[in-house]
Design a binder for this molecule. Structure first.
Ligand code: RIB
Length: 320
């Protein structure tokens, strides 16, 4: 396994190259967040701190990460015509994300209820709201935006017809399709066939593969991923870093040592960094070095988009 100094050197090299276009199609949510000493058990009430309304949504988080790191980024999604929609629109605009493919409808903006404990762990309940209005038609109308990117990022918080339409458009145009299999949903084989790179955690992979797989058993892991049709994949392992499958071998990527304040959106920061790195023509393994750093930095602050930092701050983190 690469040590942290080697990982930082690679991450710095990758960071310097970002800029090529990325498109992210999918979800955007207002995260209604409360900190608690510990997460409540079912049926239990626990006291919490003040309620914060923070910008989130897996896809929007990925787009914000990409843009802050310097990639030309477009986001295609749906917001409500409400105060949460305004908050999110502004958060993406401030990060430099192109929102010309994002529409607004008369439904409440997507939202989540999030609790964060003193270790930075969370629980999230998702209410799709306006995200449910993302249609195949809207995605098709933005086909030129998708085709002008180098990489497409997808997750599963949006209607699957829209996800599939975006994947098909990108695939047919030879644009790399990256899917985060989250939240866990039943997906068709035809969607998976359009995906070039899969990003999963252990739990998601177990569901997709139909059985838990020990990440230490590389032979079994590779057979499972290849059996699902993926020669390129990233298995994220939380505090144990990530395992990248590429060119027939696994490359372990270390996690950066940090004290976690809130891990909400860290996985999206990881994926967003990877999208920007792939768009720049970098390998998965080299991109994952930067992604590991950006995800760690995000976990040191509260919130998802609110915890993301511009390239200059990431560079400082890598220089320390
Ligand atoms: O991955 C974290 C994100 O998941 C949050 O921002 C929340 O909106 C949910 O989509």
């Amino acid at each position: 396994m690469m040590n942290i100094e080697e990982t930082k050197t690679t991450a710095r090299e990758v960071l310097a190259l970002l800029g090529n276009p990325v498109v992210v199609v999918g979800s955007i949510n207002a995260d209604l967040t409360v900190e608690t000493a510990r997460l409540p058990r079912p049926g239990e009430t626990v006291p919490g701190g003040p309620l914060a309304t923070l910008p989130g949504g897996k896809s929007a988080n990925q787009a914000v990460t990409c843009a802050l790191l310097g990639a030309k980024t477009s986001f295609i999604g749906v917001l409500g015509r409400d105060a949460h929609g305004d908050l999110l629109y502004q958060s993406l605009r401030n990060a430099g994300v192109d929102l010309s493919g994002t529409s607004r409808v008369d439904h409440p903006t997507g939202s989540t209820l999030i609790t964060v404990d003193s270790q930075g762990e969370n629980t999230i309940v998702y209410s799709a709201g306006a995200n449910a209005a993302l249609s195949e038609g809207q995605v098709s109308a933005q086909a030129e935006v998708i085709k002008s990117a180098r990489v497409l990022g997808l997750c599963l918080e949006s209607p699957l017809e829209a996800v599939q339409a975006a994947a098909r458009t990108a695939h047919e145009a030879g644009i790399e399709v990256v899917l985060n299999y989250s939240p866990i949903t039943t997906v068709s084989e035809s969607l998976l066939k359009l995906v070039d790179v899969l990003i999963v955690n252990e739990h998601e992979l177990a569901v997709l593969a139909g059985a838990p797989i020990d990440p230490a058993n590389h032979e079994e892991l590779q057979a499972a991923l290849e059996g699902l049709g993926f020669a390129r994949a990233v298995l994220t392992l939380g505090a144990d870093g990530a395992l990248v499958l590429e060119n027939g071998v696994f490359v372990p990527i270390p996690a950066f040592p940090i004290t976690a304040v809130d891990t909400t959106g860290s996985g999206d920061a990881f994926m967003g960094s990877l999208l920007a790195a792939l768009a720049a023509g970098e390998s998965l393994a080299r991109g994952a070095c930067l992604a590991s750093a950006v995800a760690a930095l995000a976990a040191t602050r509260m919130g998802a988009q609110a915890s993301y930092q511009p390239a200059a701050v990431v560079a400082d983190f890598l220089n320390n």
